[in-house]
Design a protein around this ligand. Structure first.
Ligand SMILES: Cc1ncc(COP(=O)(O)O)c(C=O)c1O
Length: 374
């Protein structure tokens, strides 16, 4: 280890760098092809909310001014939408930032965080960065095993992350299951409900964390404008919790953490009910069609309530990912989730989904033939 590396905080070496979805431009440049679709990062295939775009255009001449550090208008809009007070709302540079801010406000070295496995990697990232320990509880039947997660809570457990729907499986836990779980969680443990994909849920049994925030439990609900509102590139997410809890988290926040373009666009997108409904309907319809097509090929598909599917395609998914790139289709291979024969694919437009299925068949066949020859 170099002298420079020895001078870094030990916690830095516990971090596995985040592997982002491969950008379209990179694939175009590397492979010299122009027609590339990305179904790797669960973005909205319909693009940004049109209302958000209009608001952005209007705002652009004011780009020389600093943002509203308190995000007053956006918080008011969110509060109205969710049915809480503006004091119950915090906004972040994506919900990613809010995960980190909650961790920064509460975690000491040696504290414990409980999360599902596989689930969203940012929870472990935030915990490890602060020198906390991560207890990962394996999914049961591809869903959060809430009983085992409650059992995993020990005297050093400060935070529990519930990713509902879960990334990468898209599976949900029900309101009744969450109720039972919360009854088993000690009052002093903070439960973070990450509901980034909630708008895509169609199953009425689904249950989020808002009732527990309203009931005064130590709970935070995280939501985002990156998915159904189509604003991933602007980076804005929000959290709902008690004013007392948020006052602590606010202490760790940078003064201008959410840029003004993001604030203006997000406030406008919240009112774009037509766009949200259209995005939700497209996802529900195509999710079903894609899942049926994949199951028809004999692949086990997790029952997703999000805008992506996690499917075991029975071949090395990293090799499959590489094979699909020259066909102009970017997906996520499951190796990063330690599921080496699974892939995660975002539900796209009907045309994109057809193209994905064709590319999957071609690439998979080529891999199997290659295997037979070897
Ligand atoms: C479960 C989950 N939570 C949070 C995020 C982060 O979203 P944001 O773009 O708001 O930072 C993602 C992004 O993919 C996610 O899958």
């Amino acid at each position: 280890m170099s002298e420079l590396a020895r001078s870094a905080r030990p916690a830095i070496f516990d971090i596995q760098p985040y592997v982002p979805g491969k950008p379209i431009e990179e694939v175009q440049r590397e492979l010299g092809i122009s027609d590339v679709i990305k179904l790797a990062s669960n973005e909205n295939p319909l693009g940004p909310s049109p209302r958000a775009l209009e608001a952005l255009r209007e705002w652009l001449p004011k780009a020389h001014l600093y943002p509203d550090g308190g995000a007053t208008r956006l918080k008011e809009r969110i509060a109205l939408k969710v049915g809480v007070k503006p004091e119950n709302v915090i906004v972040g540079n994506g919900s990613d930032e809010l995960i980190k801010l909650v961790a920064e406000a509460f975690l000491n070295p040696g504290d414990e965080v409980v999360m599902a496995d596989p689930s969203f990697s940012e929870y472990a990232f935030a915990a490890l960065l602060l020198g906390a320990r991560v207890k990962k509880v394996a999914l049961l039947g591809e869903r959060h095993d809430l009983k085992a997660m409650a059992d995993a809570i020990g005297p050093r457990t400060k935070l529990v992350f519930i990713c509902n729907p879960n990334n990468p499986t898209g599976t949900i836990v029900s309101a009744a299951e969450v109720r039972e779980f919360m009854a088993a969680v000690p009052d002093e443990v903070l439960v973070v409900f990450d509901q980034a994909y909630e708008e895509y849920v169609t199953d009425p049994a689904y249950g989020g964390g808002l009732p527990y925030v309203l009931a005064g439990r130590r709970a935070v609900v995280l939501r985002t404008f990156s998915k159904i509102y189509g604003l991933a590139g602007l980076r804005v997410g929000y959290g709902i919790a008690s004013p007392e809890l948020l006052a602590l988290v606010e202490r760790a926040r940078e003064p201008f953490n959410v840029n003004q373009a993001a604030q203006v666009a997000a406030a406008a997108a919240l009112d774009d009910e037509e766009f949200v409904a259209r995005s939700r309907e497209l996802c529900a319809r195509e999710r079903e069609r894609l899942a049926t097509a994949l199951a028809g090929r004999g692949f086990p598909v997790d029952p997703s309530q999000a805008n992506f599917l996690f499917v075991d395609v029975g071949v090395d998914s990293a090799a499959l990912f590489r094979r699909m790139l020259p066909l102009g289709v970017i997906i996520r291979s499951g190796d990063i989730f330690r599921r080496p024969t699974s892939i995660r694919v975002t539900v796209g437009t009907p045309e994109q989904n057809d193209r994905f299925l064709a590319a999957l068949d071609t690439a998979r066949r080529a891999l199997l033939e290659e295997g037979e020859r070897a």
